[in-house]
Design a protein around this ligand. Structure first.
Ligand code: NAP
Length: 282
């Protein structure tokens, strides 16, 4: 029951009305009998929103597009990983300071490592945008792949990501290519990760590359969570690959946020049920 002691958590983004996070977090608070509520704020000015968080004593926040980078100057501190990635998706209080963390990296790693050994593997990552940043940092911060191949259509973007990774992980082996050279890159790869939005609702018929190029029996992960099974994953399943939908990363990043905010074990099955029910309704 909401009363005078109810604590408030929020997601700050623009647009934000499509977000599944309120359903996932409110289900978790309820399951663990925590007197808290999680709401969505459609925010254009992140500096003002942060003043609001401080003034109103909001206990924690998820940060989404377009504020993940812009929020950084307004926080008191960043975790080491968020600082390296240069992007924040979680805000919490610690010792009176407002801190920023990045649970996308954790959520991604948790999801992939449940299905596949990453150490010494060659990984092909499609895309070099915001999510690719968290994914690629997680690969080297939490594990030791043999090689990462970054495929992106924008040369400057993929080279910038490579340089940034190498300045943090000098021993890493990282190559880049464009989408036209995927044929060669995919032959070496044991894991393919799509971080582009190609195939996302309402363009479910799209696929980031020719499905004939998907190797047999590798692991294919798509960060897209709507639809749960993208065309890329459907084609990969036909090639007897292990497939990992983006719902898993979404779930694990939310679970990590819950843990940071409450110090309690997240009720994963309840959070998953809430997420799947949102997807069914959309
Ligand atoms: P972003 O910053 O806009 O980056 C998208 C990347 O994909 C860029 O490198 C972009 O290249 C590339 N791209 C876009 N359209 C392309 C196309 N038609 N062909 C080839 N490359 C293309 O977006 P983001 O924040 O990284 O998000 C990407 C996807 O990840 C979205 O679908 C998002 O929903 C998903 N995501 C999922 C989770 C999760 O928890 N499951 C978390 C974060 C993000 P250009 O710059 O050349 O356009």
């Amino acid at each position: 029951m909401i009363n005078a002691h109810t604590e408030v958590y929020a997601i700050l983004g623009h647009p934000v009305r499509h977000s599944f996070s309120p359903a996932i977090h409110n289900a978790a608070f309820q399951a663990n009998n925590i007197n808290a509520v999680y709401v969505a704020f459609d925010v254009e000015n992140i500096a003002d929103a942060l003043k609001g968080i401080r003034a109103l004593g909001i206990r924690g926040a998820s940060i989404t597009i377009p504020h993940k980078i812009a929020i950084i100057p307004y926080l008191d501190e960043l975790t080491d990983l968020a600082s390296k990635i240069g992007s924040v998706n979680t805000v919490y209080w610690e010792d009176g300071k407002l801190k920023g963390d990045n649970t996308d990296a954790y959520g991604f790693y948790e999801s992939l490592s449940h299905h596949e050994e990453i150490t010494d593997k060659t990984i092909l990552m499609l895309g070099a945008g915001g999510a690719a940043l968290a994914v690629s940092f997680a690969l080297f911060a939490y594990d030791k792949p043999a090689k990462l191949i970054i495929a992106a259509r924008n040369r400057e973007q993929r080279e910038q990501l490579r340089s940034r990774l190498l300045s943090n992980f000098p021993d890493a082996t990282i190559e880049t290519c464009n989408f036209e050279s995927l044929s060669e890159a995919r032959k070496q790869s044991q894991i393919i990760i799509n971080t582009t939005p190609v195939g996302m609702f309402p363009n479910e018929d799209q696929i980031p590359f020719d499905p004939a190029l998907i190797p047999e029996k590798i692991t294919v992960m798509d960060l897209i969570y709507h639809p749960v099974e993208t065309r890329l994953l459907q084609e990969a399943a036909r090639k007897h690959c292990t497939i990992i939908p983006g719902t898993e990363m979404l779930l694990y990043q939310a679970a990590r946020q819950f843990e940071i905010w409450t110090g309690e074990k997240p009720p994963l099955p309840i959070m998953k049920k809430a997420l799947l029910s949102c997807l069914k309704q959309n």
